[in-house]
Design a protein around this ligand. Structure first.
Ligand code: SAM
Ligand code: SF4
Length: 337
Protein backbone atom coordinates (compact mmCIF):
# COMPACT_ATOMS: atom_id res chain seq x y z
CA UNK A 1 0.00 0.00 0.00
CA UNK A 2 1.29 3.51 -0.63
CA UNK A 3 0.05 7.03 -0.21
CA UNK A 4 0.97 10.35 -1.75
CA UNK A 5 1.42 13.50 0.30
CA UNK A 6 2.86 16.61 -1.34
CA UNK A 7 4.09 14.45 -4.20
CA UNK A 8 6.18 12.50 -1.74
CA UNK A 9 5.26 8.85 -1.58
CA UNK A 10 5.16 7.09 1.77
CA UNK A 11 5.54 3.37 2.38
CA UNK A 12 2.78 2.08 4.64
CA UNK A 13 2.22 -1.57 5.56
CA UNK A 14 -0.98 -3.47 6.26
CA UNK A 15 -0.81 -2.57 9.95
CA UNK A 16 -0.65 1.15 9.18
CA UNK A 17 3.02 1.43 10.10
CA UNK A 18 5.03 3.94 8.06
CA UNK A 19 8.33 2.50 6.86
CA UNK A 20 10.89 5.28 6.58
CA UNK A 21 14.07 3.53 7.74
CA UNK A 22 16.18 0.98 5.85
CA UNK A 23 19.14 -0.94 7.18
CA UNK A 24 21.46 -2.15 4.45
CA UNK A 25 23.96 -4.96 4.97
CA UNK A 26 26.77 -4.39 2.49
CA UNK A 27 28.70 -7.57 3.30
CA UNK A 28 28.37 -10.72 5.40
CA UNK A 29 32.13 -10.81 5.91
CA UNK A 30 33.80 -9.54 9.04
CA UNK A 31 37.24 -9.25 10.59
CA UNK A 32 35.76 -10.38 13.96
CA UNK A 33 33.93 -13.58 14.91
CA UNK A 34 31.76 -12.49 17.85
CA UNK A 35 30.47 -15.53 19.72
CA UNK A 36 26.82 -14.44 19.60
CA UNK A 37 26.89 -13.48 15.93
CA UNK A 38 28.90 -16.04 13.97
CA UNK A 39 29.99 -19.62 14.32
CA UNK A 40 33.79 -19.82 14.41
CA UNK A 41 33.76 -22.20 11.45
CA UNK A 42 31.78 -19.93 9.14
CA UNK A 43 33.63 -20.26 5.98
CA UNK A 44 30.48 -20.25 3.90
CA UNK A 45 30.27 -16.60 3.02
CA UNK A 46 28.06 -15.40 0.19
CA UNK A 47 29.83 -15.91 -3.17
CA UNK A 48 30.85 -12.63 -4.80
CA UNK A 49 28.52 -12.98 -7.79
CA UNK A 50 25.56 -13.16 -5.43
CA UNK A 51 26.51 -9.99 -3.56
CA UNK A 52 24.87 -6.78 -4.67
CA UNK A 53 27.44 -4.49 -6.28
CA UNK A 54 27.95 -1.08 -4.70
CA UNK A 55 26.20 0.46 -7.72
CA UNK A 56 23.18 -1.82 -7.24
CA UNK A 57 23.02 -0.93 -3.55
CA UNK A 58 23.16 2.79 -4.40
CA UNK A 59 20.32 2.36 -6.90
CA UNK A 60 18.14 0.53 -4.39
CA UNK A 61 18.89 3.21 -1.78
CA UNK A 62 17.79 5.86 -4.27
CA UNK A 63 14.52 4.01 -4.93
CA UNK A 64 13.84 3.91 -1.19
CA UNK A 65 14.45 7.62 -0.73
CA UNK A 66 12.04 8.32 -3.61
CA UNK A 67 9.49 6.28 -1.63
CA UNK A 68 9.87 8.45 1.44
CA UNK A 69 12.67 6.72 3.34
CA UNK A 70 14.43 9.28 5.54
CA UNK A 71 17.05 7.22 7.28
CA UNK A 72 19.52 4.64 5.97
CA UNK A 73 21.93 2.63 8.12
CA UNK A 74 24.89 0.91 6.47
CA UNK A 75 25.82 -2.25 8.34
CA UNK A 76 26.96 -5.82 7.84
CA UNK A 77 29.01 -8.01 8.63
CA UNK A 78 31.61 -5.35 9.02
CA UNK A 79 30.66 -2.65 6.51
CA UNK A 80 33.99 -0.86 6.66
CA UNK A 81 35.97 -3.83 5.33
CA UNK A 82 34.11 -3.84 2.00
CA UNK A 83 36.34 -2.54 -0.79
CA UNK A 84 35.53 1.01 -1.97
CA UNK A 85 32.83 1.36 0.65
CA UNK A 86 33.45 5.10 1.04
CA UNK A 87 32.19 5.60 -2.53
CA UNK A 88 28.85 4.07 -1.50
CA UNK A 89 28.63 6.35 1.53
CA UNK A 90 29.35 9.32 -0.76
CA UNK A 91 26.66 8.28 -3.26
CA UNK A 92 24.01 7.66 -0.62
CA UNK A 93 25.04 10.78 1.30
CA UNK A 94 24.06 12.87 -1.73
CA UNK A 95 20.52 11.49 -2.13
CA UNK A 96 17.91 14.23 -1.83
CA UNK A 97 15.27 13.61 0.81
CA UNK A 98 17.51 11.52 3.04
CA UNK A 99 17.78 13.07 6.51
CA UNK A 100 20.13 10.65 8.12
CA UNK A 101 22.89 8.42 6.80
CA UNK A 102 24.30 6.40 9.69
CA UNK A 103 26.41 3.30 10.15
CA UNK A 104 27.09 0.50 12.61
CA UNK A 105 30.65 -0.78 12.87
CA UNK A 106 32.89 -2.83 15.12
CA UNK A 107 35.30 0.12 15.04
CA UNK A 108 38.33 -1.80 13.79
CA UNK A 109 38.76 0.38 10.68
CA UNK A 110 37.68 3.71 12.14
CA UNK A 111 41.16 5.04 12.84
CA UNK A 112 41.58 5.10 9.05
CA UNK A 113 38.01 5.79 7.92
CA UNK A 114 36.42 8.15 10.47
CA UNK A 115 37.35 11.26 8.46
CA UNK A 116 36.23 9.93 5.03
CA UNK A 117 32.93 8.85 6.60
CA UNK A 118 32.40 12.30 8.07
CA UNK A 119 33.24 13.89 4.69
CA UNK A 120 30.75 11.58 2.94
CA UNK A 121 27.93 12.95 5.09
CA UNK A 122 27.55 10.22 7.70
CA UNK A 123 25.63 11.81 10.59
CA UNK A 124 26.11 9.31 13.38
CA UNK A 125 28.08 6.15 14.10
CA UNK A 126 27.20 3.22 16.34
CA UNK A 127 30.23 1.32 17.54
CA UNK A 128 30.01 -2.13 19.09
CA UNK A 129 32.00 -2.56 22.27
CA UNK A 130 31.31 -5.43 24.65
CA UNK A 131 34.34 -5.26 26.91
CA UNK A 132 37.11 -2.91 28.04
CA UNK A 133 39.37 -5.77 29.01
CA UNK A 134 41.64 -6.85 26.10
CA UNK A 135 41.48 -10.55 26.98
CA UNK A 136 37.73 -10.65 27.51
CA UNK A 137 37.32 -8.60 24.34
CA UNK A 138 39.31 -11.21 22.45
CA UNK A 139 37.28 -14.04 23.98
CA UNK A 140 34.00 -12.46 22.87
CA UNK A 141 35.15 -11.39 19.40
CA UNK A 142 37.45 -14.44 19.07
CA UNK A 143 40.03 -12.41 17.07
CA UNK A 144 39.41 -8.70 17.73
CA UNK A 145 42.04 -6.32 19.09
CA UNK A 146 40.58 -3.97 21.70
CA UNK A 147 43.34 -1.40 21.09
CA UNK A 148 42.35 -0.95 17.46
CA UNK A 149 38.72 -0.35 18.43
CA UNK A 150 39.67 2.14 21.14
CA UNK A 151 41.86 3.98 18.60
CA UNK A 152 38.86 3.95 16.24
CA UNK A 153 36.61 5.48 18.90
CA UNK A 154 39.22 8.18 19.56
CA UNK A 155 39.42 8.92 15.82
CA UNK A 156 35.64 9.20 15.50
CA UNK A 157 35.56 11.67 18.40
CA UNK A 158 38.55 13.59 17.03
CA UNK A 159 36.97 14.19 13.60
CA UNK A 160 33.89 15.59 15.32
CA UNK A 161 31.26 12.85 15.29
CA UNK A 162 28.60 13.74 17.86
CA UNK A 163 26.20 11.44 19.65
CA UNK A 164 28.29 8.36 18.98
CA UNK A 165 26.49 5.35 20.40
CA UNK A 166 28.16 2.28 21.79
CA UNK A 167 26.34 -1.05 21.44
CA UNK A 168 27.05 -3.77 23.96
CA UNK A 169 25.64 -7.30 23.98
CA UNK A 170 25.74 -8.55 27.56
CA UNK A 171 26.17 -12.27 28.20
CA UNK A 172 25.91 -13.79 31.66
CA UNK A 173 29.33 -14.73 33.11
CA UNK A 174 31.16 -13.18 30.15
CA UNK A 175 30.85 -9.44 30.47
CA UNK A 176 27.98 -8.79 32.89
CA UNK A 177 30.58 -7.53 35.38
CA UNK A 178 31.55 -4.69 33.00
CA UNK A 179 28.20 -2.96 32.67
CA UNK A 180 29.03 -0.07 35.01
CA UNK A 181 32.52 0.39 33.50
CA UNK A 182 31.00 0.57 30.03
CA UNK A 183 28.51 3.24 31.14
CA UNK A 184 31.37 5.18 32.75
CA UNK A 185 33.51 4.86 29.59
CA UNK A 186 30.64 6.21 27.47
CA UNK A 187 29.90 9.03 29.95
CA UNK A 188 33.51 10.22 30.00
CA UNK A 189 33.46 10.61 26.23
CA UNK A 190 29.99 12.12 25.97
CA UNK A 191 28.71 9.08 24.10
CA UNK A 192 25.43 7.17 24.50
CA UNK A 193 25.32 3.46 25.11
CA UNK A 194 22.75 0.78 24.30
CA UNK A 195 22.61 -2.64 25.82
CA UNK A 196 21.27 -5.37 23.55
CA UNK A 197 19.76 -8.67 24.59
CA UNK A 198 21.15 -11.55 22.54
CA UNK A 199 18.76 -12.67 19.83
CA UNK A 200 18.45 -16.23 18.52
CA UNK A 201 19.68 -15.50 15.00
CA UNK A 202 21.49 -18.42 13.42
CA UNK A 203 22.80 -21.55 15.13
CA UNK A 204 25.93 -20.86 17.17
CA UNK A 205 28.05 -23.53 18.83
CA UNK A 206 29.68 -21.31 21.43
CA UNK A 207 27.10 -21.15 24.20
CA UNK A 208 23.56 -21.89 25.22
CA UNK A 209 21.64 -18.71 24.57
CA UNK A 210 19.07 -19.30 27.29
CA UNK A 211 21.86 -19.79 29.85
CA UNK A 212 23.76 -16.70 28.70
CA UNK A 213 20.62 -14.55 28.73
CA UNK A 214 21.04 -11.41 30.80
CA UNK A 215 17.91 -9.30 30.65
CA UNK A 216 17.66 -5.56 30.19
CA UNK A 217 15.96 -5.36 33.58
CA UNK A 218 18.99 -6.99 35.24
CA UNK A 219 21.36 -4.64 33.39
CA UNK A 220 19.30 -1.66 34.49
CA UNK A 221 19.37 -2.83 38.08
CA UNK A 222 23.17 -3.17 37.92
CA UNK A 223 23.59 0.34 36.51
CA UNK A 224 21.37 1.75 39.24
CA UNK A 225 23.87 0.56 41.82
CA UNK A 226 26.23 3.30 40.59
CA UNK A 227 24.04 5.82 38.75
CA UNK A 228 20.56 7.30 38.75
CA UNK A 229 18.53 6.50 35.63
CA UNK A 230 15.62 8.71 34.65
CA UNK A 231 13.31 7.56 31.83
CA UNK A 232 13.24 9.84 28.77
CA UNK A 233 10.68 9.96 26.01
CA UNK A 234 13.42 10.60 23.43
CA UNK A 235 13.56 8.26 20.50
CA UNK A 236 16.12 7.81 17.73
CA UNK A 237 13.53 6.07 15.60
CA UNK A 238 14.80 2.71 16.81
CA UNK A 239 13.63 0.09 19.28
CA UNK A 240 15.79 1.34 22.17
CA UNK A 241 14.09 2.47 25.37
CA UNK A 242 16.16 5.37 26.72
CA UNK A 243 17.10 6.59 30.16
CA UNK A 244 19.29 9.52 31.13
CA UNK A 245 22.10 9.12 33.66
CA UNK A 246 21.45 12.02 36.05
CA UNK A 247 25.08 12.25 37.15
CA UNK A 248 26.61 12.47 33.64
CA UNK A 249 23.84 13.30 31.15
CA UNK A 250 24.61 10.16 29.12
CA UNK A 251 21.73 8.31 27.52
CA UNK A 252 21.46 4.60 28.19
CA UNK A 253 19.30 2.54 25.86
CA UNK A 254 17.95 -0.96 26.19
CA UNK A 255 17.11 -3.11 23.19
CA UNK A 256 15.00 -5.89 24.58
CA UNK A 257 13.42 -8.12 21.97
CA UNK A 258 12.61 -10.73 24.64
CA UNK A 259 11.44 -8.71 27.58
CA UNK A 260 9.77 -5.81 25.75
CA UNK A 261 8.21 -6.32 22.38
CA UNK A 262 8.63 -3.34 20.07
CA UNK A 263 7.02 -4.63 16.88
CA UNK A 264 3.94 -2.41 16.96
CA UNK A 265 6.12 0.65 16.32
CA UNK A 266 8.34 -0.99 13.69
CA UNK A 267 9.30 1.54 11.00
CA UNK A 268 12.07 -0.40 9.25
CA UNK A 269 13.01 -3.00 6.69
CA UNK A 270 16.38 -4.62 6.00
CA UNK A 271 18.27 -5.30 2.80
CA UNK A 272 20.66 -8.25 2.98
CA UNK A 273 23.98 -8.21 1.14
CA UNK A 274 22.43 -10.54 -1.44
CA UNK A 275 19.59 -8.14 -2.14
CA UNK A 276 16.85 -9.84 -0.17
CA UNK A 277 14.53 -7.24 1.29
CA UNK A 278 13.59 -8.62 4.70
CA UNK A 279 10.38 -7.25 6.10
CA UNK A 280 11.09 -8.36 9.70
CA UNK A 281 14.28 -9.26 11.57
CA UNK A 282 12.61 -12.24 13.17
CA UNK A 283 10.70 -13.65 10.19
CA UNK A 284 11.55 -14.91 6.73
CA UNK A 285 9.09 -12.76 4.70
CA UNK A 286 11.16 -11.22 1.92
CA UNK A 287 11.29 -9.91 -1.62
CA UNK A 288 14.22 -10.48 -3.97
CA UNK A 289 15.36 -7.02 -5.07
CA UNK A 290 18.54 -8.36 -6.69
CA UNK A 291 16.39 -10.12 -9.27
CA UNK A 292 14.58 -6.86 -10.06
CA UNK A 293 17.66 -4.66 -10.12
CA UNK A 294 19.45 -7.12 -12.45
CA UNK A 295 16.46 -7.85 -14.71
CA UNK A 296 15.68 -4.17 -15.24
CA UNK A 297 18.92 -2.25 -14.99
CA UNK A 298 18.25 1.47 -14.93
CA UNK A 299 14.47 1.04 -14.49
CA UNK A 300 13.77 2.86 -11.22
CA UNK A 301 10.00 2.37 -11.50
CA UNK A 302 10.27 -1.45 -11.54
CA UNK A 303 12.39 -1.32 -8.41
CA UNK A 304 9.92 0.99 -6.71
CA UNK A 305 7.04 -1.31 -7.66
CA UNK A 306 8.79 -4.25 -6.03
CA UNK A 307 9.39 -2.23 -2.86
CA UNK A 308 5.81 -0.93 -2.72
CA UNK A 309 4.56 -4.49 -3.22
CA UNK A 310 6.64 -5.75 -0.30
CA UNK A 311 4.63 -3.68 2.17
CA UNK A 312 1.69 -6.09 1.91
CA UNK A 313 3.76 -8.94 3.37
CA UNK A 314 5.43 -7.11 6.26
CA UNK A 315 4.51 -9.31 9.23
CA UNK A 316 2.96 -8.05 12.42
CA UNK A 317 5.94 -9.05 14.56
CA UNK A 318 8.65 -11.49 15.54
CA UNK A 319 8.33 -14.63 17.65
CA UNK A 320 11.70 -15.07 19.33
CA UNK A 321 11.93 -17.89 21.83
CA UNK A 322 15.23 -18.53 23.60
CA UNK A 323 14.48 -21.99 24.86
CA UNK A 324 13.66 -23.44 21.47
CA UNK A 325 15.92 -23.90 18.48
CA UNK A 326 16.30 -20.70 16.43
CA UNK A 327 13.52 -20.39 13.92
CA UNK A 328 15.68 -17.95 12.01
CA UNK A 329 18.68 -19.60 10.45
CA UNK A 330 20.23 -16.41 9.13
CA UNK A 331 23.09 -15.15 11.25
CA UNK A 332 23.11 -11.47 12.19
CA UNK A 333 26.11 -10.82 9.92
CA UNK A 334 23.99 -11.82 6.91
CA UNK A 335 20.86 -9.99 8.00
CA UNK A 336 22.61 -6.79 8.97
CA UNK A 337 22.34 -5.77 12.61
N1 SAM B 1 30.00 -5.48 12.50
C1 SAM B 1 29.27 -4.36 12.95
C2 SAM B 1 29.18 -4.32 14.46
O1 SAM B 1 29.53 -5.31 15.11
O2 SAM B 1 28.76 -3.29 14.97
C3 SAM B 1 27.88 -4.23 12.36
C4 SAM B 1 27.07 -5.49 12.22
S1 SAM B 1 26.65 -6.30 13.74
C5 SAM B 1 25.71 -7.68 13.13
C6 SAM B 1 25.47 -5.16 14.42
C7 SAM B 1 25.11 -5.35 15.85
O3 SAM B 1 24.45 -6.58 16.00
C8 SAM B 1 26.29 -5.38 16.81
O4 SAM B 1 26.13 -4.40 17.79
C9 SAM B 1 26.22 -6.76 17.42
O5 SAM B 1 26.64 -6.73 18.74
C10 SAM B 1 24.78 -7.13 17.25
N2 SAM B 1 24.51 -8.57 17.21
C11 SAM B 1 25.09 -9.52 16.44
N3 SAM B 1 24.55 -10.74 16.67
C12 SAM B 1 23.58 -10.56 17.61
C13 SAM B 1 22.66 -11.42 18.28
N4 SAM B 1 22.60 -12.72 18.02
N5 SAM B 1 21.82 -10.86 19.17
C14 SAM B 1 21.85 -9.52 19.44
N6 SAM B 1 22.70 -8.67 18.85
C15 SAM B 1 23.55 -9.17 17.95
FE1 SF4 C 1 31.39 -9.03 13.02
FE2 SF4 C 1 29.68 -7.30 14.03
FE3 SF4 C 1 29.04 -9.91 13.91
FE4 SF4 C 1 30.90 -9.13 15.60
S1 SF4 C 1 28.74 -8.53 15.63
S2 SF4 C 1 31.06 -10.87 14.19
S3 SF4 C 1 31.85 -7.46 14.54
S4 SF4 C 1 29.36 -8.57 12.20
Amino acid sequence: MDMKTNNQETLIDNFNRVVDYVRISVTDRCDFRCVYCMDDQVEKFVPRAQLLTLEEIARIAKAFTELGVKKIRITGGEPLIRRNIIKLFEDIGKLPGLNELVTTTNGSQLARLAQPLKDAGVKRINISLDSLDPEKFKRITRVGELNKVLAGIDAALAVGFKKIKLNAVILKNRNDDEIIDLVRFASERDMDISFIEEMPLGVIGDHDRAEAYYSSDEIKKDIEEAFTLVPTTESTGGPSKYFKVTETGTRVGFISPHSHNFCDQCNRVRLTCEGRLLLCLGQEHSVDLRKTVRAYPGDMEKLKQAIRGSMSIKPKGHEFNLTEKPIIFRHMNVTGG
